[in-house]
Design a protein around this ligand. Sequence first.
Ligand code: TRP
Length: 328
Amino acid sequence: MTEQKIILSGMRPTGRLHWGNFTGALENWLRLQDTYRCHFMVADWHVLTTALDRAGEIPDNTREMVLDWLGAGLDPERSVIFIQSRIKEHAELFLILAMHISLGRLERNPTFKEQVKDLELKGEISFGHLGYPVLQAADILAYRAAAVPVGEDQLPHLELTREMARRFNNHFGEVFPEPEALVTRFARFPGTDGRRMSKSLGNTIEISASPDEIAAKLMPAYTDPGRQRRSDPGNPEICAIYTWYQRFLPNEAERTAGECRTAARGCVDCKRLLLAGVTDFFAPLRQRRDQFAKDSELVTQIIEDGCARARAAAQQTMAQVHAAMGIG
Ligand code: TRP
């Protein structure tokens, strides 16, 4: 049997996952489990870089996110599901990699620059925040991952990871492969207001939402603003509802677009149909999630087991790092 390629990816635990997280990442992870040796990480230390004041929420958010993962079908037998802060090797590797990247390079990281602007951080930037991509590189390189499934916004971090791996290898010999990015489709998934679905914009629908909760958010959701009256023809290309059809009811998408353009179907009916379909789509995920939520011992066991497997792998890498450097 040929050795399976190693994959690592992570998400910050900030609460229940939404449809955007599902299509943008989680669904991709599900598929990758068939072909790769997958490591899926709760990036809890990364939350501290931008939300130190909400550190108290991390344990609950971690639990909720792992439930979302398991409910969606991440398989703890095949995949290693673990928590970053439980594997101290990440911190050691972070320190070592920090010597392999310049301050200027980190300051030019576009993701960082954007966050500083969005969060209005000006004089309040922590050393840890600037080092976000170094910690991410440690996450990836600790497992010598060959590939990292990420959204497009993470590409600069992958590039930085490759740079640090290259520099380390130049100094100390080949220890790390340079990981490639596996960019997800459906990267820009619309929220209930037509803008990108994002928790900070308050336009999300959660994967674990009940049928009533889905209805409450879906029925008033954004459609083509040019379609004022029932008799007006609509433009599905700019309608969030249509994108949701494409994603969750692909067999209905073409007919939906046609009936929208000719005004044969009104928006309310269109949403009702989608509501029924999307409720069915997520029902098995919710059911499985509820099952796991009822068995908290089992979830704890899954996490313990994942952390043990992750730790063993990271320790092997660190043994190579120590040997290469002649210290540690
Ligand atoms: N920065 C990633 C995000 O915000 C989360 C993350 C942390 C990650 N460590 C990682 C993703 C390692 C991939 C690999 O989405």
